[in-house]
Design a protein around this ligand. Structure first.
Ligand SMILES: Cc1cc2nc3c(=O)[nH]c(=O)nc-3n(C[C@H](O)[C@H](O)[C@H](O)COP(=O)(O)OP(=O)(O)OC[C@H]3O[C@@H](n4cnc5c(N)ncnc54)[C@H](O)[C@@H]3O)c2cc1C
Length: 376
């Protein structure tokens, strides 16, 4: 394993994880050559399913600006990696040598369309958001496949204009993610907002897609059908390099991959915890892993966790911010309540959640630390 500090750092993928790492490398004093390979401008994705779906004016604010970081930007996609020669080759054939490589190529939307089936809508990029916003504006009925955070956020946006919005998932909505209590609260808000939730596996119907087939054999047609069924890591370009596994790029607590000179961060990375590689594709993880990878590449002390414990969403006008362990179990204690029904909840000393209550994340972290210290 090489221990010399790198002089050439190559970052492939310049959205949350990649751009965080670039900033952190300079902040930590790296004065060597920084190269960023990405065919697109970096995108801050969380607003795409919230403000951007509601209003085109918010599109500009999601694009990332690397400002005066002194980065060589190459607007092209990586096609392959040779870990022995330490070279990444672009789709156009250009080659980039490196001393340290950060894989930050994120993920792409998981699709359900079968071969030859056209017109499936997903939401991952600015272009997806633009198309979906246009389609929602003219839709009376909308089906959303998948009742995770993304599906319920899209359903919220759809309900502002569409008379009928149905979210379908084979599992109880949000329970696996949040636990019973918080799932029940958010599902209740969604139902009050006029969103219908149904339990079923689905297959997309028609080409172009114009509905879904449910597991009882019936077909539910809609003007717009959106798949929000998770994402898959963007690892095709790593094929044959030994860096990627089916679940993403396995990394240790320093974001180091299994191959010398290669780190990974963000949605493409699968930190190995207790011997199991698990991808947790959330914004806060992309940020912490970008920082961790930068420190580790420079041989400096890693002073942040490889997995963060902050998650948030906004469903049917109700914001949820959570720090700590998820899913949470049991009945929460109410720490704070606002006049309009917002609540700060504690689940033992494991999790603090602000439901419909605007509280800064550091304050939630302090509340959790106090609970742990008091042994609540
Ligand atoms: C609509 C939406 C809403 C979300 N809302 C939330 C939320 O409310 N809360 C939350 O915690 N998380 C949310 N997330 C998840 C969060 O946005 C992701 O965890 C985060 O974007 C991950 O950042 P990343 O940099 O790892 O990957 P990405 O954002 O996927 O960026 C990967 C980058 O790599 C580039 N790239 C891909 N392939 C190549 C290649 N071969 N060569 C070069 N470059 C390449 C891409 O162009 C892209 O710029 C949301 C995600 C989406 C899609």
């Amino acid at each position: 394993m090489s221990t010399r500090p790198p002089r050439r750092v190559l970052v492939v993928g310049g959205s949350t994880a990649g751009s965080t790492a670039l900033r952190e490398l300079r902040r930590r004093g790296f004065d060597g050559r920084l190269t960023l390979l990405d065919p697109l401008d970096g995108t801050h994705r969380p607003p795409l399913s919230k403000a951007v779906l509601a209003d085109a004016a918010h599109e500009a604010s999601v694009l990332m600006d690397l400002g005066s970081l002194d980065v060589v930007r190459v607007p092209s996609a990586a096609a392959s990696l040779d870990v022995d020669a330490r070279v990444v080759t672009e789709v156009d054939g250009g080659e980039h040598g490196y001393d340290a490589l950060l894989v930050a190529t994120g993920g792409r939307a998981r699709r359900l369309a079968t071969a030859g089936q056209d017109g499936e809508l997903v939401l991952r990029t600015v272009a997806d958001a633009r198309l979906l916003r246009e389609r929602l504006a003219a839709a009376a009925s909308v089906v959303v496949v998948g009742a995770g955070f993304l599906g319920l956020e899209v359903a919220t946006a759809a309900r502002r204009t569409a008379a009928t919005v149905t979210v379908i998932d084979p599992e109880p909505p949000l329970v696996r993610l949040l636990g019973d209590h918080l799932a029940t609260v958010l599902v209740g808000r969604a139902t009050d907002y006029g969103i219908t939730l149904r339990r079923s596996a689905v297959r997309l119907h028609g080409s172009p897609v114009r509905g879904v087939e449910l597991d009882d054999g019936s077909v539910l047609e809609a003007d717009v059908v959106v798949t929000c069924a998770g994402d898959v890591p963007e690892t095709a370009w790593l094929e044959g390099s030994g860096v990627a596994a089916p679940q993403g790029v396995p990394v240790d607590a320093s974001c180091r991959s299994r191959r010398d000179g290669v780190w990974a961060a963000g949605d493409v990375a699968a930190p190995v915890v207790d011997g199991v590689a698990v991808r947790r594709p959330l914004w806060a993880n992309a940020v912490t892993q970008g920082r961790v990878a930068a420190a580790s590449m420079l041989g400096q002390e890693v002073d942040a966790p490889v997995l963060d414990d902050y998650a948030w969403t906004e469903v049917a006008g109700t914001s949820l911010k959570v720090v700590g362990r998820l899913p949470c179990s049991g009945t929460p204690r109410v720490l704070e309540e606002s006049a309009d029904g917002g609540r700060l909840l504690a689940f033992g000393a494991d999790t603090v959640a602000a439901v419909g209550l605007r509280r800064p994340v550091p304050r939630l972290r302090r509340a959790l630390a106090e609970l742990k210290a008091s042994g609540a």
